[in-house]
Design a protein around this ligand. Structure first.
Ligand code: SAH
Ligand code: SF4
Ligand code: F3S
Length: 473
């Protein structure tokens, strides 16, 4: 048994990560372990978890399992979890209740969790005392060991916890089964060293480890060969890409080299306002295949709160960067993340946030009420603002965000824009959905043969969160 350790998860050393190109190993016995069996995988959290799930699916299918979308039919239930806010926790424990019920009717079913919650000491302690009926827990650092973890669970018939608190390596040969045939996630770095005081990610994902450019560029080239139109470069702080390596090769260099592969669309998330260089802005502006869309989390507009959050920028420097982006990247859309009700946030602090929103007029925003995460510095800060007050602030903020989102979308009416049609829309079988270069969701009446193509679409009606359009044939 290997359980997570919060103290160990905080440690950062200067050592460079080691690239391991042969670490995922699966023998013939493991390859038949899932024969004629079904797995049910549910994913919570951010794009990184979505992408990890694409790896997990490929590994499980390598073991002979097939996917089912119905938990009731499954022989293996796996929840890939997120730890970012308390409600993410609650959802997972709620789901585990349902899985327990199923296991009592079908005792052979294996139930386990992985992902960020699995990296938390408090969660694993709770599982060890209250969820002993579960079969396995593994973390974000040993996804490639999933076959061995499952083998042990099947043989031992008891709860098997294998979570490493100390990462280190970058594993390059994990298989992947992508959800989309037209757009792909590519990890360019793992972990985070920023330690914003409210955030659990540096503990659950470990220290920053950038992937070597050769592997990233190879992956992009393979995707082009397979007909992919879009790649999204993933990391908690993509602007800091390469700072942990020794080859003076940074985000601007990587963006340029990816642009030169000729892939039609390049996106990247998330950009921390810190580390956003002028060189990066130049490269984004220079290449047409780097999409004019930037997610630039603000978190708060108050300098006092930003300092308490450990964000290392001020309202003024954020606005300066924002204006530079808008000026240099034509038609650039910008979205953000905002936390309300950070410990001790006053009405005045909150008004500073509203002031930034009024100045930036964002295309969209994810807004959250502060959620204390055990082990982070902010969880220990004095918090005298009531939940009722925080909810009021969130409501007021969302009203403003929605207003600007609609105003920005209105500018698209009757314009013709390029949309990568990704698949069938929730609106119905005769409608496809896709995104503009600026990341606006568009629904278009079109035949399925258009899926996976980029089309000129004229926008015919506009809502707060999406638009409708017609193909220009
Ligand atoms: N790496 C990204 C953020 C990843 S987490 C960045 O630094 O920009 C996604 C968002 O969740 C954050 O931007 C923040 O707004 C929110 N978040 C993180 N921790 C939170 C917490 N403890 N309570 C509420 N929201 C939180
Ligand atoms: Fe969390 Fe801050 Fe790292 Fe983003 S930069 S993942 S908010 S610690
Ligand atoms: Fe959640 Fe982990 Fe992503 S905490 S937001 S799944 S990095």
């Amino acid at each position: 048994m290997l359980v997570p350790d919060l103290k160990e998860a905080k440690i950062r050393t200067k050592k460079e990560s080691i690239v391991k190109a042969n670490e995922y190993i699966i023998n013939n016995e493991l390859k038949s372990l899932g024969k004629d069996k079904l797995y049910f995988l549910k994913t919570y959290g951010c794009q990184m978890n979505e992408h990890d799930s694409e790896n997990i699916k490929a590994i499980l299918e390598d073991m002979g399992f097939s996917e089912t979308k119905d938990m009731e039919d499954a022989d293996l239930i796996l929840l890939n979890t997120c730890a970012i806010r308390e409600n993410a926790h609650n959802k997972v424990f709620g789901y585990l209740g349902r899985a327990k019920n199923l296991k009592s009717r079908k005792p052979g079913v294996l139930v386990g969790i992985c992902g960020c919650m699995a990296q938390e000491e408090v969660v694993v302690n709770k599982i060890l005392s209250e969820y002993k009926w579960m079969d396995f827990v593994f973390g974000t650092h040993n996804i490639h060991k999933l076959p061995q973890v499952l083998e042990k669970s099947i043989k031992d018939h008891k709860l098997n916890v294998e979570v490493l608190s100390c990462e280190g390596d970058v594993i390059e040969n994990i298989p992947v089964k992508r959800d989309s045939k037209s757009k792909a996630w590519i990890n360019i770095m793992y972990g985070c060293d920023k330690f914003c005081t409210y955030c659990i990610v540096p503990y659950t994902r470990g220290s920053q480890r950038s992937r070597r450019k050769e592997y990233i560029l190879e992956e992009v080239k393979d995707l082009i060969k397979d007909g992919y139109k879009e790649v999204t470069l993933l990391g908690q702080n993509v602007n800091a890409y390469g700072k942990d390596l020794d080859d003076n090769y940074y985000m601007e260099n990587l963006l340029e080299d990816v642009a030169l592969t000729g892939i039609e669309r390049i996106r990247f998330v998330t950009s921390h306002p810190w580390d956003f260089t002028d060189r990066m802005i130049d490269v984004i502006a220079k290449y047409d295949n780097i999409m004019p869309y930037i997610h630039l989390p603000l978190q708060s507009g108050s300098d006092r709160i930003l300092k308490l959050m450990g964000r290392r920028y001020t309202k003024e420097s954020y606005l300066e960067l924002y204006n530079k982006l808008k000026k240099n990247i034509p038609n650039c859309s910008i979205t953000t993340d905002i936390i309300v009700g950070f410990p001790g946030e006053t009405e005045e602090d909150f008004n500073e946030t509203l002031d930034v929103v009024n100045k930036c007029k964002y295309d969209g925003a994810y807004t959250f009420i502060f959620s204390p995460r055990e082990g982070t510095p902010a969880a220990k800060m004095k918090d005298d603002v009531s939940l009722e007050e925080k909810e009021k602030r969130l409501y007021k903020l969302n009203e403003l965000i929605n207003k600007y989102s609609k105003e920005n979308n209105d500018k698209y009416l009757n314009k013709t824009v390029k949309v990568l049609l990704e698949g069938v829309s929730e609106k119905g079988e005769d409608t496809l959905m896709g995104y503009t270069e600026t990341m606006k969701l568009v629904n278009v009446k079109a035949e399925k043969e258009y899926i996976g193509t980029i089309q000129d679409v004229t926008i015919t009606s506009v809502k707060t969160w999406s638009m409708d359009g017609e193909l220009r044939r």
